[in-house]
Design a protein around this ligand. Structure first.
Ligand SMILES: Cc1cc2nc3c(=O)[nH]c(=O)nc-3n(C[C@H](O)[C@H](O)[C@H](O)COP(=O)(O)O)c2cc1C
Length: 321
């Protein structure tokens, strides 16, 4: 398989990082991506320190591959950082100013540290803060979106200025798009929406069905799903906003998260998972523009193999041209 600055740094054999998607990245999905040679990522906002520790212990036994833990800064529990850094190859942060103290804390326990960023100044700040790699997110991305620039213009700026490996996020769901970001100098692609429909995904079956039927034009950037996390733009299926607007109840369902049942408020930030009941179509159906390239449910290993083998072929053909 293709070896890059990223695969060498984290010890993966495929230049693919699973995007951390809380509730959707089940431990089985994380392990499947890790086993397939990618970097599996666990998203753990609001997970207790003991549950995080138990999940990471399960993962270490389940897979021989590499995995990481992603922390969303607005929900950060500092107690969880050393637990993640001791047991995971990568500790990663998103949605906040890169913090040198936090990076140092995670590195001190032996983890590689990364920050997902949405602009050149933020990428430079992440490098200055001591990150081992940066994830550059374009506005095509599904879920919460940090910046205001689409992927290729942003990558061109960042790749010229940043020396640590760069991972591209947003719109990568095919061998062609993986080949494109590798050819321009990235060490890997971070893939979210495509893995949300993987066989091991925890996404609710109706959410998966909606993703399979949708295309890029059915997504939009919005701040609509702001309960629990206000003022944070995110890309969702437009139909979910209309469905939530059509309801009047404050509570539109229930969800099982980190072992506990919670009410789902209308316009809550939580996406529907297999443990959610209620008005699924009116919940946060996060989707990137890459949803156009998502058309079937496949095991995560098949997705990794398709992307990597296809990208290898395309890059080889391009080199011969
Ligand atoms: C359902 C969903 C949940 C997400 N949750 C997180 C998260 O908790 N932390 C994070 O760093 N990124 C999160 N993201 C954003 C991804 O890291 C990544 O930027 C995005 O998925 C890339 O675009 P793509 O969906 O087109 O592959 C999420 C994305 C999706 C689709």
């Amino acid at each position: 398989m293709i070896q890059t600055s990223f695969t060498r740094l984290v010890g993966a054999s495929a230049p693919i990082q699973l995007a951390a998607m809380p509730g959707i990245c089940t431990p089985d999905l994380v392990a499947a991506v890790s086993d397939a040679g990618g970097l599996g990522m666990l998203g753990a906002p609001m997970m207790s320190a003991s549950m995080l520790e138990a999940t990471l212990e399960w993962l270490s036994k389940k897979t021989r591959g590499v995995f990481g833990v992603n922390f969303l800064m607005p929900f950060l529990d500092p107690e969880c950082v050393p637990i993640a850094a001791r047991r995971a190859r990568v500790v990663e942060f998103f949605y906040g100013e890169p913090d040198p103290g936090l990076v140092e804390r995670a590195r001190a326990f032996g983890a590689r540290v990364s920050w997902q960023v949405g602009s050149l100044p933020e990428a430079l700040a992440a490098e200055r803060a001591g990150c081992d790699f940066v994830v550059v997110q374009g506005t095509e991305a599904g879920g919460h979106v940090r910046g205001e620039t689409s992927l290729l213009p942003l990558l061109s700026e960042v790749l010229d200025r940043v020396r640590v490996p760069v991972v591209a996020a947003g719109g990568v769901a095919t061998a062609r798009s993986l080949a494109a970001v590798l050819a321009c100098g990235c060490g890997a692609a971070r893939v979210g929406t495509r893995f949300a429909v993987a066989a091991e995904s925890g996404a609710h079956p109706s959410y998966v069905k909606a993703l399979l039927a949708a295309s890029a034009a059915d997504t939009c950037l919005t701040e609509a799903f702001s309960v629990l996390w206000p003022n944070a733009p995110h890309r969702v299926l437009r139909s979910a906003i209309a469905a939530a607007e059509a309801l009047t109840d404050d509570v539109i369902g229930e969800e099982l998260y980190a072992g506990q049942v919670f009410p789902v408020q209308r316009f809550s930030v939580s996406p529907p998972t297999t443990g959610t009941t209620g008005h699924i179509d009116a919940m946060a159906l996060y989707a990137g523009e890459s949803v156009s390239n998502v058309s079937s449910v496949q095991p995560a290993a098949a997705i990794v193999a398709e992307l990597v083998e296809g990208a290898e072929r395309l890059l080889r053909d391009a080199a011969l041209a």
